[in-house]
Ligand binder design. Structure first.
Ligand code: SF4
Ligand code: SF4
Length: 349
């Protein structure tokens, strides 16, 4: 295992981190297929990863990750608290709410988390999160009080990550990307604003989807040249830990065309990088709809269809009437977005 410095925190983190979603038990709708190991088994899996050099473990409050937070706390005590770095998160934009959740997390873990993220910050809740007395201010107060060591923002949106990068209160930014959905990673790599921030990457396997076409060595090797310190991989079995951590993968550079042509051996992918340059005045998140199409064809049939059916008929109708089509103007892939929306709508009927 190699280690990297986590921005200005100075923490030395393993290049591959342990994402705890797959070790949760309970009826938590994070993903439709998780493994549900019991406590001893979950602790054993985390220990297995630790023995391969993993020192970064990421979790979230029970409403989001079930009992994973508790299991991680048991593991931390067993392995020796000071030997691992714990990052935790909660989805609250209000300062009072997140203050309460951090204290509750410390109680559930049985120890203070090192890094605490405001989770799922998006374009709707970001103003409250970053406002005076919002969640970020509360994390700063908790940092001053010594309850946490570092503050974080976790987001799937480049605009939010860039706002966090420009904010001196933020120590660590967690965002998502993989060799297919590389748009945010590319934009972060090009923007000096992010230098000095701790950067953590999740969704390296695209919620497991990309494993149907690519090897872990390719998915991990393909993101190692990006300026992230730690790539979180969801681990639910020892075999999965082995696949991600046993070998020190070499960085590989896949062009986007290479990735889409590999996918094209199985289905015709929509070549969207999720760069999020497409803005729709109606607020439709084009990149999410295009992603669901690809995920559907990569095996997430039920999950993708369920999400698409929430609003695809409405988006399709509005796109048909949209004459200016501003979403297309900024798309570096020159995608004909309304036509793609029409194709996806037909798929869902
Ligand atoms: S549709 Fe185009 S602009 Fe929008 S996320 Fe995909 S590649 Fe980027
Ligand atoms: S075509 Fe118009 S309504 Fe449809 S996503 Fe683009 S900007 Fe929005």
């Amino acid at each position: 295992m190699r280690y990297r410095t986590l921005g200005n925190t100075g923490l030395q983190v393993s290049e591959i981190g342990f994402g705890t979603i797959p070790i949760l038990s309970g009826n938590v709708p994070v993903l439709p297929d998780y493994y549900s190991p019991d406590l001893p088994e979950a602790v054993d899996i985390m220990m297995h990863a630790f023995k391969m050099g993993c020192n970064f473990y990421d979790t979230a409050i029970p409403e989001e990750y079930g009992d994973a937070e508790y299991k991680l706390g048991v593991f931390a005590e067993k392995v020796g608290r000071e030997r691992i770095i714990i990052s935790d998160k909660a989805r609250f934009a209000d300062g009072n709410d997140i203050f309460r959740e951090v204290l509750r997390s410390a109680e559930t873990l049985g120890t203070n988390p090192d890094i605490y993220f405001v989770h799922q910050v998006d374009e709707k809740n970001q103003d409250e999160t970053f406002s005076r007395y919002g969640a970020l201010d509360a994390l700063c107060d908790l940092k001053k009080a010594g309850v946490i060591r570092y503050t974080g923002i976790a987001t799937h949106y480049y605009s939010v990550a860039a706002r966090a990068a420009a904010d001196s209160r933020v120590d660590v930014i967690q965002t998502s990307g993989n060799i297919l959905e590389r748009g945010i990673m590319d934009r972060i790599a090009e923007n000096d604003l992010f230098r000095g921030k701790g950067l953590i990457l999740n969704k390296v396997y695209a919620a497991g989807c990309l494993l149907s076409v690519f090897q872990p060595s390719e998915l991990i090797g393909g993101i190692l040249h990006y300026p992230f310190s730690c790539a979180l991989i969801g681990i639910g079995t020892k075999e999965q830990a082995d696949a991600a951590m046993q070998t020190e993968f070499q960085p590989q550079t896949f062009s986007f065309a290479e990735v889409t042509s590999r996918l094209a051996e199985h289905f015709q992918p929509i070549p969207c990088t999720r760069c999020q340059h497409c803005t729709c005045p109606r607020g439709y998140e084009v990149h999410i709809l295009l992603r669901q199409y690809n995920y559907y064809h990569l095996g997430k049939h039920y999950w993708a269809m369920k999400k698409l059916r929430l609003n695809i008929a409405e988006v399709f109708e509005q796109c048909r009437r949209c004459t200016e089509r501003p979403c297309m103007h900024g798309c570096p892939q020159n995608l004909r977005i309304p036509e793609l929306i029409g194709m996806i709508y037909e798929m869902t009927r």
